[in-house]
Design a protein around this ligand. Structure first.
Ligand SMILES: Nc1ncnc2c1ncn2[C@@H]1O[C@H](COP(=O)(O)OP(=O)(O)O)[C@@H](O)[C@H]1O
Ligand SMILES: [Mg+2]
Length: 329
């Protein structure tokens, strides 16, 4: 390859003006999307923002009131069957049948995709292996943990070799370890199979970990779109909170750090920070060289609340959902 300009990526999903109302409630109010093939796109928003509705529309389960979309090159409405053949969807609530074994669930999926018996067995065995479920393949799913169930759910979507995969809140309700496993699996899907992933999440850190591009959905419109870096640059939420034993120390530290937020009542300073080790060390060094002892230091990384406060000027709507906090990377 000698050309200097990279070829434009083809588009896995494009949408223009998608709208949907239920009764007089406007759920989506004109959504535009452009998602290149082989990338991960995260739709970030609180409960009730319209994430599942967007997934349902793009996966042909629900008809939009207005707007157009193409998925894997097919028109959503006129080529709905071709769209269905090209996509996989794992819902917010698992489609796995609890009374069947993992293997039976996968075989059932193979049947639905018209694989013959032999091909179905081969694909089932391959997916069980890949998702580390071989040992439990003969156990009824009712005995599975949440993490195992999600893995099986995803394995079932892969039976049909989809080019575009929709993951609706893939880690909501999972413990931190299963959450990380799911992240690994999602990364692998993109790296290994070259699929395009459209995921929804309520967690900024999840979008940050996985997505090439993030769009923030609020009250049926996209209020921001960009890379994680671009979004975070707009969000001043990251800071260190340093607490002191008495007002004198607080005063001395305030003088050192200049324009920082100070809370006299709780004897704390909030110092803007990206949470990196060097900036953390720099703060400690400044305190140390002035011989000011700090009582405690906590780190606050930007989360969905900060995103919404910044982008919309008000706290986010919807239920409170806090991310499983693990700041260690
Ligand atoms: N079938 C439906 N009938 C009526 N209202 C619905 C229906 N589906 C979703 N809604 C409403 O649309 C809004 C967005 O829902 P949803 O897309 O599920 O949001 P999210 O997935 O972001 O939590 C909510 O207010 C919800 O109550
Ligand atoms: Mg939802």
């Amino acid at each position: 390859m000698t050309g200097s300009s990279a070829p434009a990526l083809s588009s896995a999903i494009t949408a223009v003006g998608l709208s949907k109302s239920y009764g007089d409630k406007v759920v989506l109010d004109g959504i535009d999307l452009h998602i290149p093939e082989g990338t991960v796109f995260a739709l970030l928003g609180p409960n009730g923002a319209g994430k599942t509705t967007t997934v349902q529309i793009l996966s042909t389960l629900v008809r939009a009131d207005a707007g157009e979309a193409r998925i894997a090159g097919h028109d959503l409405v006129h080529d709905a069957d071709a769209v269905r053949a090209a996509i996989g969807v794992t819902g917010q609530f698992s489609a796995v049948d609890n009374l069947l074994t993992a293997e039976e669930n996968l075989m059932l999926m193979a049947d639905l995709h018209h694989l013959n018996r032999r091909e179905g067995r081969r694909r089932t065995a391959e997916l069980l292996r890949r998702f580390d479920l071989t040992e439990v393949s003969a156990k009824p799913v009712v005995t599975f943990s949440g993490g195992m169930r999600r893995k099986l759910d995803l394995a079932m979507t892969l039976v049909g070799n989809p080019r575009v995969i929709f993951l609706d809140e893939p880690t909501t309700g999972l413990d931190p370890r299963s959450r990380r496993t799911m992240w690994e699996i999602i990364r692998e899907l993109v790296a290994h199979d070259g699929v395009t992933i459209f995921l929804t999440t309520q967690y900024l850190d999840e979008a940050d970990q996985l997505a090439d591009r993030i769009a923030v959905l609020d009250h049926g419109t996209l209020v921001a779109e960009g890379t994680a870096e671009e979004l975070k640059r707009r969000i001043p939420g990251g800071h260190l909170r340093v607490r002191f034993a008495d007002p004198d120390r607080l005063d001395a530290a305030t003088a050192l750090f200049g324009a920082v937020t100070r809370d006299t009542e709780s004897l704390t300073l909030q110092i803007p920070s990206d949470g990196s080790i060097p900036t953390l060390r720099a703060v400690l060094d400044v305190l140390d060289s002035a011989s000011i002892a700090a009582e405690s230091l906590t780190m606050h990384t930007p989360d969905l609340d900060d995103v919404f406060l910044t982008l919309t000027g008000r706290p986010r709507s919807g239920d409170a959902a806090t991310s499983p906090k693990e700041n260690a990377r």
